[in-house]
Ligand binder design. Structure first.
Ligand SMILES: NC(=O)c1ccc[n+]([C@@H]2O[C@H](COP(=O)([O-])OP(=O)(O)OC[C@H]3O[C@@H](n4cnc5c(N)ncnc54)[C@H](OP(=O)(O)O)[C@@H]3O)[C@@H](O)[C@H]2O)c1
Length: 249
């Protein structure tokens, strides 16, 4: 039975990955900070899908939490989903630097370190896959959040290119707006986001797993957001920045 480790597995996109991979008969390792919620999520998955589920409480914004997850990854996993993430309330430069640094730690350092911890086992077994959850924001200028997600996309593509091993897949997943706890946690006013722009986490994961199987290095779920990214590439960055500052901030 293959094993998948998912960070941020108790809510939103990570929880959707956990359901999908359990249905695909993966044994799971779930990572998040809230231990009680992890245990509850694991119990539900075990009951519904009959697969083994480990819980690994860890704060990926700390060296201690990162070391814990790195150590589990060195025991070997077939699939790593680097998904944990969040948005900071407020705009640059008003967000305190500690919060900005925390975001870089979870979005960038954790993705780098967990990828490095998972790869040796995958190379030894000559198979494996890593999905790094970025965002459509990576292609726009939406504060330090989009800057961190741009790093995730570039890192994933660079790592896949440098690895030069088609048996080990590395893919950046770039969803648009998805109904999860993300916006509430970031105190975002999501009322300015038009209803037709919302995606469902289960649909995002379905598209991601299809694109991973196809060997894509960047996955943008849904035609609406493929169009948004394509149009965004055609308009000047200054106009793009003005529009993206106004939606859902
Ligand atoms: N929702 C969207 O519109 C959207 C769009 C594009 C990209 N994304 C990206 O998708 C990913 C998942 O977001 P989501 O929308 O599913 O958010 P969510 O519903 O708020 O879930 C976030 C998950 O990450 C965990 N987490 C947060 N900080 C953590 C930390 N320091 N250490 C370990 N776990 C942590 C949370 O659990 P605990 O609180 O228990 O730790 C939770 O399980 C993020 O990387 C986000 O940037 C979201």
């Amino acid at each position: 039975m293959p094993t998948a480790l998912i960070t941020g597995a108790t809510s939103g996109i990570g929880a959707a990955f956990a359901r999908r991979l359990a249905a695909d008969a993966y044994s799971l390792v779930l990572v998040a900070r809230d231990e009680l919620r992890l245990i509850r999520t694991a119990d539900q998955l075990k009951l519904r899908y009959g697969v083994p589920v480990e819980v690994l409480p860890a704060d990926l914004a700390t060296d201690e939490g990162l070391a814990k997850v790195e150590s589990r990854l060195r025991d070997g996993v077939d699939l790593l989903i680097n998904n944990a993430g969040f948005g900071n309330p407020g705009h640059f430069p008003d967000v305190p630097v500690e919060r900005e640094a925390r975001m870089l730690k979870v979005h960038c350092e954790a993705v780098l370190r967990l990828t490095l911890a998972a790869l040796p086992g995958m190379r030894e077994r000559e198979r494996g896959a890593i999905v790094n959850v970025a965002s459509v924001a990576a292609f726009f200028t939406r504060g330090t959040y989009s800057a961190s997600k741009a790093w995730v996309v570039n890192f994933s593509e660079s790592a896949a290119a440098e690895l030069r091993d088609p048996r080990i897949k590395i893919m950046a997943l770039c969803p648009g707006f998805v109904r999860t706890e993300f916006h509430q946690r970031a105190s975002m006013d999501s009322s300015t986001i038009p209803g037709f722009m919302w995606l469902k986490a289960d649909d995002v994961v379905r598209d991601a797993m299809r694109d991973l199987a196809l060997g894509k290095r960047v996955s943008i779920p849904d035609l609406r957001y493929k169009a948004v990214v394509a149009i965004g590439r055609l308009i000047p960055r200054s106009v793009q920045a003005m529009v993206s500052q106004r939606i859902g901030r």
